[in-house]
Design a protein around this ligand. Structure first.
Ligand SMILES: Nc1ncnc2c1ncn2[C@@H]1O[C@H](COP(=O)(O)OP(=O)(O)O)[C@@H](O)[C@H]1O
Ligand SMILES: O=C(O)C1=C[C@@H](OP(=O)(O)O)[C@@H](O)[C@H](O)C1
Ligand SMILES: [Mg+2]
Length: 183
């Protein structure tokens, strides 16, 4: 499929909490002029609760079920082109990884643990980090999840020290090159 902006498919943002998926997704929406969706926001709409409320009242497994359901919906045939920001744990399930890969150009946003800690300390809306030792939790998740992010990433991008504008421009340039090489 050809497209005038050189991006025939969705852009999918993956990576650990605090790497900037939601922020960069919004930036790309402003630059590309087509909609961005965030799986976390769709989950909250579906559940009628915030993410901390879902974790507290129903537990993480229930959150993961909702996450998979939302991803299935985004994968419907003939769904419009979008920028898709995901939650950091969406890659845990094999079926989710398969869907994400087929949805489009998958970008793994990265940041060092110190930067993640700094960025995520600004609010309390990430239940997995509401522990006595969030650093330990981030390090553990990074070890567990990095191979899974790597499995499906078309692009791996270090974000520390970069402005959001630079990151978004870098993604667009790489995506266009990717689709030009593999139409
Ligand atoms: N490149 C960046 N430079 C500085 N701060 C950033 C950058 N990307 C994201 N942030 C900040 O980090 C925090 C977490 O970003 P967010 O987009 O919510 O991450 P994610 O969706 O991956 O969890 C936000 O406060 C955001 O403004
Ligand atoms: O890493 C995770 O398992 C999670 C990441 C969060 O999204 P962000 O990565 O956007 O913070 C959110 O989906 C939920 O709190 C669980
Ligand atoms: Mg987010």
């Amino acid at each position: 499929m050809q497209s005038p902006d050189g991006l025939p498919k969705n852009i999918v943002l993956i990576g650990l909490m605090g790497c900037g998926k939601t922020t960069i997704g919004r930036k790309l929406q402003g630059m590309l002029g087509y909609p961005m969706v965030d799986t976390d926001q769709l989950i909250e709409e579906k559940a009628g609760m915030t993410i901390p409320e879902i974790f507290a009242r129903r537990g993480e497994q229930s959150f993961r079920e909702l996450e998979s359901a939302v991803l299935n919906e985004l994968s419907a045939p003939n769904a419009p082109r979008r920028i898709i920001a995901t939650g950091g744990g969406i890659i845990g399930r094999k079926h989710n990884r398969r869907l994400l890969s087929s949805l489009g150009y998958v970008v793994w946003l990265q940041a060092p643990v110190d930067v993640i800690l700094q960025r995520t300390a600004r609010n309390r809306d990430r239940p997995l980090l509401q522990t006595d030792n969030p650093r330990e939790k981030i390090e553990k998740l990074l070890i567990e999840r990095s191979p899974l992010y790597h499995q499906i990433a078309d692009l791996e991008l270090e974000t520390a020290g970069l402005e959001t504008e630079e990151i978004a421009c870098g993604i667009l340039e790489s995506a266009r090159y990717h689709f030009a090489a593999k139409p």
